[in-house]
Design a protein around this ligand. Sequence first.
Ligand code: ADP
Ligand code: MG
Length: 290
Amino acid sequence: AAPLVVAVSTAISAKKGLLIRNRANFEGARNLNAVVFDKTGTLTKGEFGVTDIIPNEGYSEKEILKLAASLEQNSEHPIAKGIVKATKDKGVQLGKVTDFESITGKGIQGTVNGKTVNVVSPGYVNSHNLTYDQRLFNKMSEEGKTVVFVLLEDRLIGMIALADMVRETAKEAIATLKEKGIHTIMLTGDNNKVANWVAGQLGIDEVYAEVLPDDKANQVKKIQDKGWKVAMTGDGVNDAPALATADLGIAIGAGTDVAMETADIVLVKSNPNDVIASMDLSRKTYRKMV
Ligand code: ADP
Ligand code: MG
């Protein structure tokens, strides 16, 4: 049987909204010295709103939005939800989609009313040597907006900028971690400039951006290899391998089932401050035992 202090701590944690799924890793939480956070949905609310639609010559805002949203209906990504939501305000009719596919960590592709459409990341566009208004892109990214590109038959026809909101609780959590001397790191698939903007808002120590989903776990491993004992906090399907790799995997309660099933701890209230509550509770629970 578990010692009494552990049983008591389970009751306390449940009351606080910390769901402990793996006792052994929770016990190790008192020795952590670095916390890695996924950006979208973890440090930010993960609720994107469209702020700007910039069509290339010969196209209208409505056309860009229609093509993008038609495809995005099939995606679960927070960017997709933001783009589809924008059509509701503008009364845009969506097109018929076939051959929908997601391009992992880079966007989506499919056929809309018989024509090939892509909605993709800056990384995708750069690697395909497509040109766009770099100055405008930089300006929006430096304001913390996530920019995606709309392609029609492999030609770039416009950009859509979206804004997410930093969680106030994330700001507090980062400040508290720093007071405790714990190293803070952001890991995101989003663009470098956006990542740095969010990190600046929060005072995060280190940033890894444009990390493809399959590389998130690898990146956690590299951080561990530098000698850090790390907690990884995330919400998405693409965070699950990184949660499993970390010394402590923490899932945000409002996230995906896959993340929650992989995590050692689930933060029921989706509050990043509860990362610290978990570490504190681990310390209090296990220092009483030999
Ligand atoms: P995150 O780490 O922020 O959860 P992802 O790995 O899910 O990021 O996505 C990385 C990037 O790929 C996004 O910032 C975006 O540029 C692009 N992307 C992913 N999914 C979509 C989508 N459904 N529509 C448009 N772009 C997408
Ligand atoms: Mg995420």
